[in-house]
Ligand binder design. Structure first.
Ligand code: FNR
Length: 193
């Protein structure tokens, strides 16, 4: 049995009825029981401004602490104009500073992109991965997770009702759990780092 792991979930959409958030919740519900998911909110983060670092906004400190505490990060995001929503890019930037103290560094990650259209947010998925390479986050390669037609996958109560997507996300959770195990240093090493 794998060790318990905490996964910080960062959702790129801020709207209440977000399909991306529903996908994230479905992944959490379908994943192996050793993964504990904690949603980390990004909507209250002031725009990154290096001049604020001397006295960082409370929301930045809260966010950085929540990501630092997690063993891994799951990003679930819609595509905005073939890229990542500004709020998500801002969160990525906030977590990456102060220089040399990035909370992302070394944390295993996975990206799931969503779209109401057929392409599944391919552009957002790969733009985000570009940042994660720079941030030194070992990011799951397969399965690629472009969730298209996202608005049609849920019923009015927000429950996932598409069978093939359910099975796909169940498998994704299992693969991500194994990925986290492979890319998480033993506790003793983490203390020493
Ligand atoms: C979109 N949408 C969109 N869809 C897509 O497939 N490619 C894109 O580039 C864009 N661009 C885009 C920009 C902006 C500003 C908005 C508001 C929307 C549509 C998008 O897929 C749809 O609104 C989703 O429902 C957004 O995800 P959530 O909020 O449901 O998680």
């Amino acid at each position: 049995m794998s060790q318990p792991r905490t996964v910080a979930v960062v959702v790129g959409s801020l709207r209440a009825d977000s399909a991306s958030r529903k996908v994230a919740k479905a992944i959490a519900a379908l994943a192996p029981s050793n993964l504990k998911f904690a949603f980390v909110e990004i909507g209250d983060l002031p725009h990154f401004d290096q001049d604020l670092e001397a006295t960082p906004p409370e929301a930045w400190t809260r966010f950085r602490g929540e990501i630092a505490w997690a063993d891994a990060v799951l990003f679930v995001t819609p595509e905005y104009n073939r890229s990542v929503p500004g709020a998500l890019k801002n969160a990525v930037d906030v977590g990456s500073r102060p220089y040399g103290q990035s909370v992302w560094n070394g944390k295993p990650a996975a990206v799931v992109s969503t779209s109401m259209g057929a392409l599944g947010g391919f552009g957002a998925y790969h733009h985000l991965r570009q940042s994660l390479v720079f941030l030194n986050m070992p990011t799951l390669n397969q399965p690629e997770t472009y969730i298209g037609n996202s608005l049609s996958l849920f019923d009015e109560a927000g429950e996932l009702v598409n069978e093939s997507t359910t099975e796909f996300l169940r498998g994704f959770g299992q693969t991500f759990a194994a990925w986290i195990d492979t890319h998480t240093a033993p506790a003793a090493d983490r203390k020493a780092a």
